[in-house]
Each structure stands twice: as C-alpha cells, then as structure tokens.
Design a protein around this ligand. Structure first.
Ligand code: NAP
Length: 311
C-alpha cells in the first residue's frame, strides 16, 4: 500500500506530543500538511484552516482531527465530504447524534472513520478484558483524579459548554470500562460539581449498575493535587484486579501482568497501526458507548455550583 498522506488539524498538545511522533514513526503514513490557526509544523505545508487545507489541491488521503471537541464534528464532516478518511480524537463530538451522523457519512462515502479512544490502547486493557470475560464482577471502583493546572494549562475550551470539563479525562475511564466489562452497564445516578465561573463540571461522582446487579462507583476530580490517580479496581468471584496508570498497568492480586506480545510502545503507535489497517480493509471503527454514557450522566445528574476555580 502507498503511504497514506495525512493532514493534521489543530496543532496543540496532543498533536505535538503524540500524533506527529506516531505518524513519523509509521511508514504507512506521511504527514503531508497541517491546519492550525496559530501553530505551524516545520518542513510541511501549513494552512490556517481545514477549509484552506482541503481547498488547496494538496494531495491528502486522510485527516486527523486534534482540535477541541467543540470543533470535531464540522471538521470531520468537511473532510468526509471531500472523500478523506478521518481519524477523530476523543471526545468525538459534543452530541451523540453528531457521531451517529458522521458514521453514516463515512459509510455513504465509503471512507474510513476511526473514532479513537486512546485509553483503550493502553497495555493493561486487553489483558483485563480477557481476564474479566471469564469472571463474575461483584463491584468496581473508578478513581480518576488529576490536577487540571498540570495537564491542561491555558485550555479555556475545556471549561466551556461542549468542552466536557472533568469528563475530558473522565471519558477515558469510561472508555476503558466499556471495553473491559463483561456485561452491559448503565448510569444509575450522578452528581456534577460545576465551578461558578465555568460551564463544564470540575468534578463528578457517579454510580452505574451492571445488568446482573453489580455496582460501579466512580469519582472524577480536576482539583486534585499530589499523586495523580487514574485507577480502576474490580472485585470479582476470583479475586481483585487493578488497572492503574490510566489503563497502562494491570495487577491481578499482587502480580503485575506483562503487556501482550506485539503490543506497541504507546497508545498512539497502536492507534495509527489500527488506522492503517482499517483504511486497507475499507472499514470504520466507531464506538459510541463512552459518549452515550457521558450523555446519560448529564441527563440524570444532580448539579451543585461550587466555588470559582482559576487555572
Ligand atoms: P490544545 O492543546 O488546546 O490544542 C488544540 C489545538 O486546536 C489548539 O492549539 C488550536 O491551535 C486548535 N484549535 C482550533 N480551533 C480552536 C478553538 N476554537 N479553540 C481552541 N483551540 C482551537 O488541546 P489538546 O490537549 O491538544 O486536545 C485536543 C483534543 O485532543 C481534545 O479533544 C482532547 O480531549 C484530545 N486529547 C488530548 C490529550 C492531552 O493529553 N492533552 C490526550 C488525548 C486526547 P490553533 O490556535 O493553532 O488553531
């Protein structure tokens, strides 16, 4: 297969930290152009907007969208409309129906839409899913607490409507849960905490219930300082397991489980390997469940306004 020429949209933290290195390390891809209002990437064509990039006649086969989520839908729609394959960062869209519509557009255009959940590619997730498949889950506790000042400095979009607030990282936990849990689970109750100077929540507590009655309790908080915590503890009929480091480490009992043979170094290398494979096979990969669960949380949640938060 000829290398897929990629146009990268939204050159910010995740584009620079992960997408550009993963693209440059994978011979299945060539980074052909970028579209970003302020940033530029050396050595390739740079455009201020995706519209300019798509109109310029620059040869591009695929577009990877790394803007804030409020701008994912329009960018993905434009790219699919021009016959490009699309890789979409998480959270995929700001409403569930936008994502459903993008999937329809991709199918109609016979182009690949890969709507990514990077945490599902973390090393502990696949082994945890296989192990849990054969067990009865009794209860789950999710603790996703990080210091927003450390991880999202200057990202004002995160606090605005459609920016997801604490669910920007929290949806990663939910994406892991939806991958590893051996049976369906649904939101039972939720409490959102919204700082009085922001629109999107700064913290959340949730309870989910599996079809067979096990409770999943989750606590997310952006105000956390000290040791950063991205843990999922699962109690089963065969003992306890812990996924820590955002899905990166699986411990069963006291034993650390090694990564699967053939697992790539990091989540984004794995994402781009899968994208190349999807394009070659003419397939899409869209998993709406994490976004649907977050939407259900917002539907059911009680809300409390808390003191203003300056980041
Ligand atoms: P970021 O650092 O703020 O970068 C996003 C870039 O998008 C900006 O630098 C900006 O570049 C461009 N952009 C275009 N329209 C924009 C607008 N109206 N407002 C603000 N920026 C706009 O954000 P990020 O951390 O890279 O996150 C981007 C996406 O990746 C989000 O969906 C996020 O959830 C996801 N993600 C982030 C991480 C992470 O660790 N940061 C990890 C995984 C996934 P210009 O100003 O040059 O246009």
């Amino acid at each position: 297969m000829k290398p897929v020429r990629v146009g990268l949209v939204g050159i910010g933290k995740i584009a620079r930290d992960q997408h550009i290195p993963a693209l440059r390390a994978n011979p299945a891809f060539v980074l052909a152009a970028c579209a970003s209002r302020n940033a530029k990437v050396d050595g390739i064509l740079n455009f201020p907007t995706i519209e300019d990039m798509l109109a310029a006649g620059q040869e591009i086969d695929a577009v990877a969208i790394c803007t804030p989520p409020q701008f994912h839908y329009e960018a993905a729609k434009l790219a699919l409309g021009k016959g490009k394959h699309v890789l979409l960062e998480k959270p995929p869209c700001t409403t569930t129906l936008q994502l459903a519509h993008l999937a329809e557009l991709a199918n109609a255009a016979k182009r690949t839409l890969f709507q990514t959940w990077h945490s599902q590619h973390a090393h502990g997730v696949a082994p945890a899913q296989r192990w849990l498949k054969r067990r009865k889950v009794r209860g789950v506790r999710v603790t996703w607490k990080e210091d927003v000042r450390q991880w999202h400095p200057g990202q004002t979009w995160i606090w605005q409507a459609g920016g997801f607030g604490i669910f920007d990282p929290g949806i990663n936990a939910i994406s892991i849960l939806s991958e590893i849990m051996p049976e369906p689970f649904f939101v039972e109750s939720a409490h959102l905490y919204v700082a009085s100077n922001h629109e999107a929540p700064i913290a959340a507590e949730m309870s989910f219930r599996t079809d067979s009655g096990a409770e999943i309790k989750a606590a997310f908080d952006f105000r956390h300082t000290g040791v950063q915590t991205w843990d999922i503890d699962v109690d089963t009929d065969a003992g306890a397991i812990r996924l820590s480091a955002g899905g990166g480490k699986l411990t069963i009992g006291d034993e650390l489980v090694p990564a699967d043979a053939g697992a790539l170094e990091n989540e984004y290398e794995s994402i781009y390997r899968h994208f190349a494979d999807l394009i070659e096979r003419g397939r899409c990969d869209v998993d709406a469940r994490p976004l649907q669960l977050v939407a259900d949380i917002f539907l059911l949640a009680k809300r409390s306004i808390v003191e203003p938060f300056e980041d």
